[in-house]
Design a protein around this ligand. Structure first.
Ligand SMILES: *Cc1c(COP(=O)(O)O)cnc(C)c1O
Length: 413
């Protein structure tokens, strides 16, 4: 399966085209992409200052405000992946000498901390063991003891551990201490509840290839007036020219549209279509779908001896982190899943390498058919290793969850 099928090989030979093998993407991103989104990317290009393209940008801004749950005029799709969103938020809001609290309980909190240090910020680390949330009380303690703090930065959905971080209490704390609240919503936007305005988030960024089910390449980003005021009152120029939001704002601002860099036209076509799909489904329905399939997946994995890794009550539906049963080998199993079944899942990062799996059920990937296909494939591999007594027990445990939720037996999604 890691090779293209015979027919694809022949087509590739004839045309020289790259023919990717079929894959079921159930990892930490990218997620599966709807055919309508792929089709949108194949549309002819417009000039990036064409009035029709500018209209498309307006539409994307409006649709992004809807998923971010914000009225912020500054709501854009930044060129670059989720990490560009992270870097843009931090390099614009932080000046040398600014004290910044960063919640660190996984890879992406650590990445934020690294960028804060590169900005010359004074980093205040609030850490929790990987797999646990950052307690809002720990942020409160840091805010009380640190003196003036410019910003608190935290990850909503820590993709390296599967933890969903509570944000609302931290947003209130930030207002009390007049600190900016910066949130990484890369693995939450479009997959689980996120309230930018309601939770007092001042700057929030995401990526397109996770719960929005679009290819990677854009970073949705929203800033409120407090964040914009902080950028306007900088005493030093932003260290990045490409990600300087004061310049980029002039390209996205209605009426201005001043050239800064060439917008990735086809990516914006794709994002517009992906956001249409989100709206057609409805946010609440979409969140419920993520929760339903996560519950079924975890039930199936439990039947095979896998245990949830993240703290109970704070488990992400979009990224299911599970600890492997002791005698199972991580890498060979994942290799067989990919080669024999075309199924791509994620392993553990850093200290969790070899210990956990990260199974993404994001956007288009979160379907009943995908959950049952994955469990069936895994059971087949485990049965060959004489690991399970009964093939079908995991799929049956998952199906039981679906039946309890009254899901139609014939529903693929
Ligand atoms: C994936 C991810 C990022 C980085 O996004 P890229 O698109 O890989 O640059 C940042 N934060 C979190 C929480 C992520 O899951």
């Amino acid at each position: 399966m890691h090779r293209t099928s015979g027919e694809q090989d022949r087509v590739a030979e004839r045309t020289g085209a790259f023919a990717p093998p079929p894959r079921l993407l159930l990892g930490p991103g990218p997620s599966m992409v709807h055919p309508r989104v792929l089709q949108a990317m194949a549309s002819p290009l417009l000039g990036h200052l064409d009035p029709e393209f500018l209209r498309l940008m307006d539409e994307i801004q409006q649709r992004l405000r809807h998923v971010f749950k914000t009225t912020n005029p500054f709501t854009i799709a930044l060129s670059g992946t989720g990490s560009a969103g992270m870097e843009a938020a931090l390099v614009n809001l932080i000046e040398p000498g600014d004290a910044v609290i960063v919640g660190i309980n996984g890879v992406f909190g650590s990445r934020m901390a690294a960028i804060v240090e590169r900005c010359g910020g004074t980093l205040i680390r609030v850490e929790a063991p990987w797999g646990r949330i950052i307690e809002p009380e720990a942020i409160a303690d840091a805010l009380r003891s640190a003196g003036p703090v410019k910003a608190v930065a935290i990850v909503h959905a820590e993709t390296s551990t599967g933890v969903e971080q509570p944000l609302a209490p931290i947003g209130s704390l930030c207002r009390d201490h007049d600190a900016l609240f910066i949130v990484d919503a890369v693995t939450s936007l479009g997959g689980l509840p996120l309230e930018v305005d309601g939770w007092h988030i001042d700057a929030c960024y995401s990526g397109t290839q996770k719960c929005l089910s679009c290819p990677p390449g854009l970073a949705p980003l929203t800033l409120n007036d407090r964040a914009l005021a902080a950028i306007r009152s900088r005493t030093t120029p932003c260290q990045s020219w490409y990600l300087d939001l004061a310049l980029i704002a002039d390209y996205w601002a209605e009426g201005k549209r001043a050239y800064h860099h060439t917008a990735p036209i086809s990516m914006l076509y794709a994002l517009r279509e992906a956001l249409c799909l989100v709206e057609e489904e409805g946010l609440e329905t979409r969140f419920a779908r993520h929760r339903r399939h996560s519950a079924a997946l975890l039930a199936g994995l439990a039947a095979l001896g896998f245990t949830p890794f993240a703290q109970e009550g704070h488990r992400l539906p979009s990224l299911n982190a599970v600890a492997l049963p002791p005698a199972l080998e991580d890498a060979p199993l994942r290799t067989e899943l990919l080669r024999q079944f075309g199924i791509d899942i994620g392993g553990g990062l850093g200290p969790l390498q070899g210990k956990i799996w990260r199974i993404g059920l994001m956007g288009e990937s979160a379907t009943r058919a995908n959950v049952l296909t994955f469990l069936g494939a895994l059971e087949t591999l485990l049965f060959r290793r004489r690991w399970t007594g009964q093939p079908g027990q995991a799929a049956e445990a998952a199906s039981r969850v679906y039946r309890e939720q009254g899901l139609d037996e014939h529903s693929l999604v």
